[in-house]
Design a protein around this ligand. Sequence first.
Ligand SMILES: NC(=O)c1ccc[n+]([C@@H]2O[C@H](COP(=O)([O-])OP(=O)(O)OC[C@H]3O[C@@H](n4cnc5c(N)ncnc54)[C@H](OP(=O)(O)O)[C@@H]3O)[C@@H](O)[C@H]2O)c1
Length: 249
Amino acid sequence: MNILENKVALVTGATSGIGRATARRFVEEGAFVFITGRRSAELDAAVAALGPNARGIRGDVARPDDLDELYDRVREHGRGLDVLFANAGGGAFATLDQITPDQFDDTFAINVRGTVFTVQKALPLLNPGASIILAGSTAATSATPAFGVYAASKAAIRSFGRTWATELADRRIRVNVIVPGPTDTDGLRGLAPDAAQADGLVEQLGAGVPLGRVAHPDEIANAVLFLASDQSSYVTGSELFADGGEEQQ
Ligand SMILES: NC(=O)c1ccc[n+]([C@@H]2O[C@H](COP(=O)([O-])OP(=O)(O)OC[C@H]3O[C@@H](n4cnc5c(N)ncnc54)[C@H](OP(=O)(O)O)[C@@H]3O)[C@@H](O)[C@H]2O)c1
């Protein structure tokens, strides 16, 4: 199948993890894909692996000038955008007594402000019937000690998804939130202090999931693909949990 044939997509934060896996699935399904990330070498490698139907634009979603540059390049391409996956994000562990203003601001600048302006600045380029997917997290609805700032940032994303779905419905633009459970990515492993402890973290998180393991990034990418494609034409304002049942017990 080529369920994204003739579609143009943008995936922010696609130099690793869920974003990279999703960009690959989009290309496999026939889309032309713009990808972003802050690290040049990783971005070049990701574009090379994706082939001729991918273009990389380096940038930080927390910087409005970088977003303007990104959308200038998309505009030059001349075909608008059919799919926007606002995926760039991350977090760090800190208990309430450890949170610093800088850590709070960094997390919200990327996960919340970055998502808001990634979507806002895309508005003139979005084609009728476009699909926007926001990166949520099971952390938004669970109580994970030391993950409060990240969890709150993802709760904000869930809220924005509902509002924007109603605001954009008259343009037939759908907005949904993908809610990954623990997924084996550099981002997840980076929460541990070293590689050995990262294995332990992955094992421990997997044990808390009914399916008994963490997700492979491709499994999240497939759920995002559903939301991106016309297969989900009557789905908007919703959240799709790809969490192995973690939040459903
Ligand atoms: N893995 C999980 O268990 C899990 C679970 C639930 C939700 N999520 C969410 O899923 C999304 C992807 O996570 P992941 O696990 O795939 O993380 P990852 O492996 O760390 O990948 C994050 C990607 O985002 C990019 N990025 C980070 N900050 C950025 C910024 N300011 N501007 C532009 N790009 C930025 C990174 O590239 P550069 O470093 O090159 O900028 C990288 O490509 C995040 O929103 C995360 O919160 C992940």
